[in-house]
Design a protein around this ligand. Structure first.
Ligand SMILES: [Ca+2]
Length: 283
């Protein structure tokens, strides 16, 4: 009797799991069908959404001392994320730095330049995640009167990959990395001027290569059993923070849209910098 009851309970537990799997597959398919599957569609959504919200696609913020920061509007949307290709929704549009943060921009806020490779238009590097947080706090404080309630922050890892892909589903936008990124096959062992390669469909430069870019998230696992992750964040992951996009010193595999690495938040290196997100102004 007890065995029968145990079997019944086990069945009750198992059935919903299979039902959930079927539902997940159907929902994932529906999401895929509704997702931008090419760059042209992604660009159209960028134009349509920014117009509907009365927000410019391109935006320039003055940082003081002649330094300025260019941003582009990234529309809300859905995509398949990571090696496991799990469905993710980015529920709100945001602005993202057109380029990696440059040394001129960093210096205008922090008054120092820790980079190994010196040059005002080169990406800042040798900055830890903690340094970046400090930079962002100072930047927000400095610009609070002109931002109208918007704030700068690091991208989440999901936002980063979504923005990097700009509607693409492959490793890069082209068949290979050369048109879009500086990596160990073409960098001659150094960083390069921000914006020296071809941008992606949404107008972002150097998402692949040049310097790794810190993301907000811990280097953890996502709950990929859910049919859809909305604005996911990894809240734990052994204390490490995620970096994305590869660098001048990495091979092309490490620079793919999907490639993921991590570092101790207190450590910086000449391989790593950052890119900013600016939230949309409060309505
Ligand atoms: Ca980069």
């Amino acid at each position: 009797m007890l065995k029968r009851m145990a079997a019944l309970i086990a069945m009750m537990l198992v059935i919903p799991i299979y039902a959930q799997d079927d539902k997940s597959a159907a929902q994932a398919k529906a999401i895929f069908n509704a997702t931008a599957s090419d760059v042209a569609d992604a660009v159209a959504r960028q134009q349509k959404e920014s117009a509907a919200l009365n927000l410019p696609i391109g935006k320039t913020v003055k940082l003081g001392g002649g330094a300025k920061l260019e941003l582009v509007y990234i529309p809300s949307g859905k995509f398949f994320m990571g090696e496991a290709k799990f469905p993710v929704q980015i529920s709100q549009g945001f602005y993202m730095g057109k380029y990696e943060v440059t040394q001129e921009q960093w210096e205008s806020v922090m008054g120092n330049n820790p980079s190994k490779f010196k040059g005002s238009d080169l990406p800042v590097e040798t900055v830890s995640w903690d340094d970046c947080k400090q930079f962002i706090t100072k930047l927000n404080d400095k610009l609070k009167d002109q931002l109208g309630g918007a704030v700068f922050r690091l991208p989440t890892e999901a936002e980063w990959e979504y923005a990097c892909r700009a509607g693409t589903t492959g490793d890069y936008e082209a068949d290979n990395l050369d048109p879009a990124g500086w990596y160990d096959g073409n960098s001659e062992e150094a960083t390069h001027r921000a914006g020296g390669k071809k941008p992606n469909g949404w107008g972002l430069y150097d998402m692949h290569g040049n310097v790794w870019e810190w993301c907000h998230d811990y280097y953890g696992d996502y709950d990929t059993r859910k049919p859809l992750l909305v604005d996911p964040q990894c809240a734990s992951g052994g204390g490490f923070r995620v970096t994305r996009g590869g660098s001048w010193a990495d091979d092309d595999d490490a620079c793919q849209s999907v490639s993921r690495d991590y570092n101790n938040p207190g450590d910086g290196s000449c391989y790593g910098g950052l890119r900013l997100v600016l939230t949309c102004p409060a309505k």
